[in-house]
Design a protein around this ligand. Structure first.
Ligand SMILES: Nc1ncnc2c1ncn2[C@@H]1O[C@H](COP(=O)(O)OP(=O)(O)OP(=O)(O)O)[C@@H](O)[C@H]1O
Ligand SMILES: O=P(O)(O)OC[C@H]1O[C@H](OP(=O)(O)OP(=O)(O)O)[C@H](O)[C@@H]1O
Ligand SMILES: [Mg+2]
Length: 287
């Protein structure tokens, strides 16, 4: 019997969104409040294992688990050889080199080998510097890297930035970007060959959740005489679907899947075209 384990982050900012996306994909955790190391899901063949986000790339690489949810930054830093299935479109961030605002370093060309750099990402930082023929001393830290230049630990830092608030608060400016990262769904390369059916099913379900996030189902009643006008203003994925409604006047029900950003304008156009009883409904998944 084929079974798979998916590793998801046990703490930190990406833990909750990871659990949520699995839930929407039909893989809700049965005993999530227990926070045990392993949790069953609504699918009897799929289990979830909780781990630190930074340990997940290694677990997937080694095949300890079949799939995982973690950041591209952590995969690259640990040099794990895994197969990336899907960009989950959250946890977007950049790994950048930064220097104090008042320093005269403004580009990679101003960096000299007598400087030191502090980072939680020594491997990625070293590779980046090597590419530019720079061999700097790297000070490995485990957090609060932005403070390093001011307490005299290092001249430069490389750290993650997303809104830019932390860099700004610490009077640091970006010199260059090393890597752009987001949270991804990954799988072990060999296990993927062996358990393709189940792994693809998980991937397809999660992709369905992402696709549905930006879509709505729109439904309405239309008198038959107005149907062509309504059809003209209706964009649609594959359709619209039209079915007959039993009523005195000849009326049909029209439904279609539309983009979220089209809703506002479309509802107005549809009303003008004669549509009645318009409903806009969220979609859970599109398969
Ligand atoms: N400011 C941020 N914005 C978006 N994503 C981020 C940010 N900081 C970290 N991440 C991403 O979150 C993922 C998990 O990182 P990590 O395990 O360090 O979580 P965390 O929420 O920062 O927890 P911790 O409190 O332990 O630092 C990483 O892949 C990282 O790229
Ligand atoms: O650009 P911003 O939106 O300000 O985000 C960037 C900050 O977020 C992360 O820190 P985190 O909160 O994870 O703390 P940590 O340094 O203890 O990991 C990262 O290490 C930066 O410090
Ligand atoms: Mg962090």
């Amino acid at each position: 019997m084929m079974k798979i384990k998916i590793a998801i982050p046990s703490k930190g900012r990406i833990s909750e969104p990871s659990i949520n996306i699995l839930e929407k994909a039909g893989l809700g955790l049965i005993d999530k409040n227990n926070r045990r190391l392993i949790s069953k899901t609504y699918n009897k063949d799929i289990e979830v294992m909780f781990a630190r986000a930074s340990d997940i790339p290694g677990f997937v690489h080694d095949g300890v688990v079949d799939m995982g949810i973690t950041g591209v930054d952590l995969i690259e830093e640990s040099e794990s050889d895994v197969l990336e299935l899907l960009d989950l479109r959250f946890g977007q961030t950049k790994l950048v080199i930064a220097a104090p605002d008042e320093s005269n370093i403004n580009s990679i060309n101003d960096i000299t080998t007598d400087l030191t750099i502090a980072s939680e990402f020594p491997t990625l930082t070293k590779k980046y510097l090597k590419k530019h023929d720079l061999d700097l001393k790297i000070v490995k830290l485990s957090g609060s890297t932005e403070a390093a230049p001011f307490i005299g630990v290092a001249d430069l830092i490389s750290d993650l930035t997303s809104t830019g608030t932390t860099l700004k608060m610490n009077h640091l400016k970006i010199i260059d970007t090393i890597l752009e990262s987001s949270i991804v769904l990954i799988t072990n390369k060999e296990n993927y060959e062996k358990k393709k059916i189940l792994i693809d099913a998980v991937n397809t379900s999660i992709k369905g959740v992402l696709d549905a996030e930006r879509k709505k189902l729109i439904m309405m009643n239309v008198k038959e005489k107005d149907l062509n006008k309504v059809k003209d203003v209706m964009p649609s994925m594959a359709g619209p679907t039209i079915s007959e409604v039993l009523s005195k006047e000849k009326t049909v029900a029209v439904q279609a899947v539309i983009n979220e950003d089209e809703v506002f304008e479309l509802v107005n156009d549809l009303r003008t075209a004669g549509a009645k009883d318009i409903l806009v409904v969220p979609i859970e998944r599109i398969i």
